[in-house]
Write a protein that binds this ligand. Structure first.
Ligand SMILES: [Zn+2]
Length: 477
């Protein structure tokens, strides 16, 4: 007998869509049956998916939970932890998230990972993994740990090409120089890992802080001019050239500008394994909104940009130049999020993981004609493939983990406060949606069902990752 049967839904599989019933045994998809062909198999639990669209559980490739809030130096503050934020992810149809493990000079990656793993253990409601994030001027010998880390299941390595935040007050450096980045690229490529890059030009951004300060143009409404389109262009371009020289695959986080999309497109046209993530925040908002009351709730670094950038991002996402939609989840209270108002003190980061599956469906599928297959790719499958979780995650096929999101695609309403389960606000309150997750299944267990939380902290497991070599050789998706 099966453990679970998800019956009556419309299912999006890797090759086709169909009216299929999904049977689960020991957390894995054991059978996918054409409806009506044979009598339904017996199962201990039956979920009625009539009228639902069944897609792979969402994969959030970019989250910062239990993360030091470095823009608020006045006191030591952290973003909400996995025990709180993954409740929202579960309600939002997300079954896996990738967070970051920051490794500062003076600590080894192993030590930092041990701490991070201990913080998550027993706390996450959904499955999880960590990008290893070498911060600042990593001592050169430390890069020799890379093959061992890849072997242990940590397949992605994040770097910042810039310090992101203003020069004052002084903070620990984020930025890694391009010498080190190239050195790391060699090791990551040799070991079968991928580079994850926050690409902004440090010279330009830091100079802009100085210039705008001098000119008295310190309103946060200028954030997109400090973290400029040109800065993304220079840094993406330099990173792509370096990666070509080192034979390294690159995943650009939070692509925000038309220039970034164009550079990713050109690299891919030359068969270089370069992949781009954007954020639903960047797809749906522009910098004009900064000036409105509460407008900084839409800010995350680099920054939301202009209408022309929004158009390019959608174009890239629909046509395949961009591969994923992430969140840059950085959950705080509304008070903390809206504390600042100048280019030097606006709090970055988004609160959007719970809304991501619904918003991308609404804005992509309903409003812009995105195919259901493409929807599944950008919310789940592509992140799984690029970051080394496929086919365990990101696919509804026999043998994969039974991670499912059952979308109610009949809704036509504005999101309200009580649609959300994290913090005391959501930037998506008031947004009109045409789909919303109704049921979430994690490895065959129903963790959310029609507004009821059935999962608990500790349900989530850490996931070792290994990337398909094809993904690292050329832009296969
Ligand atoms: Zn981030």
């Amino acid at each position: 007998m099966l453990d679970l049967l998800v019956q009556g839904g419309r299912v999006v599989g890797p090759q086709a869509e169909g009216d299929w019933d999904i049977g689960v045994l020991d957390g894995k998809i054991a059978v996918i049956a054409e409806r009506g062909a044979t009598p339904p198999p017996e199962a201990a639990v039956v979920v009625d998916a009539t009228g639902r669209l069944v897609v792979p559980g969402g994969i959030e490739p970019h989250a910062h939970l239990a993360h030091y809030i470095s823009m608020r130096t006045e006191s030591e503050m952290y973003t909400l932890g996995p025990e709180q934020d993954t409740v929202g992810m579960a309600f939002g149809g997300v079954t896996t998230h990738l967070d970051f493990c920051q490794v500062y000079p003076g600590t080894t990656a192993q030590q930092a990972l041990e701490q991070r793993m201990a913080r998550w253990k027993g706390q996450s409601l959904i499955d999880y993994a960590f990008h290893v994030n070498f911060m600042g001027a990593t001592p050169i010998p430390a890069f020799e740990q890379v093959p061992e880390l890849v072997q242990a299941g940590f397949a992605s390595f994040k770097v910042f090409t810039c310090n992101v935040l203003p020069p004052v007050p002084p903070r620990r450096s984020y930025r890694m120089d391009f010498g080190r980045i190239g050195h790391l690229m060699e090791r990551v490529a040799g070991a079968g890992g991928i580079m994850v890059v926050h690409g902004e030009d440090d010279d330009l951004v830091q100079f802009n802080y100085e210039l705008f300060g001098l000119a008295g143009r310190t309103s946060g409404a200028n954030l997109h001019l400090v973290h400029s389109k040109l800065s993304e262009q220079l840094s993406f371009s330099r990173t792509v050239q370096l990666a070509r020289a080192k034979d390294a695959a690159v995943y650009f986080v939070h692509t925000s500008a038309s220039e970034g999309v164009a550079i990713i497109g050109r690299a891919r046209a030359k068969n270089q394994p370069v992949y781009g993530e954007t954020l639903h925040q960047y797809l749906c908002h522009t910098a004009d909104e900064y000036a409105r009351p509460g407008g900084f709730q839409f800010h995350t670094y680099p920054s939301v940009k202009l209408a022309e950038d929004q158009t390019s991002l959608w174009d890239g996402l629909l046509k395949g130049t961009l591969s994923t939609v992430g969140t840059d989840e950085f959950p705080t209270s509304r008070e903390v999020k809206l504390m600042g108002s100048t280019i030097e003190d606006v709090t970055g980061g988004n609160l959007g993981a719970e809304a991501r599956m619904g918003i991308v469906f609404t804005e992509g599928v309903s409003r812009r004609g995105m195919s259901l297959r493409r929807y599944v790719d950008v919310t789940s499958s592509n992140a799984a493939r690029i970051l080394g979780l496929y086919p365990r995650k990101g696919a509804i096929q026999v043998g994969s983990d039974a991670d499912l999101c059952l979308l109610d695609t009949s809704v036509r309403r504005r999101l309200r406060r009580d649609d959300f389960h994290v913090a005391d606000y959501s930037p998506w309150e008031g947004w009109e949606v045409t789909a919303w997750p109704a049921t979430t299944v994690l490895r065959g267990r129903v963790i959310v069902d029609n507004g009821q939380l059935l999962g608990q902290p500790g349900d989530g497991q850490w996931l070792p990752r290994k990337i398909d070599p094809e993904v690292l050789q050329r832009p296969v998706l």
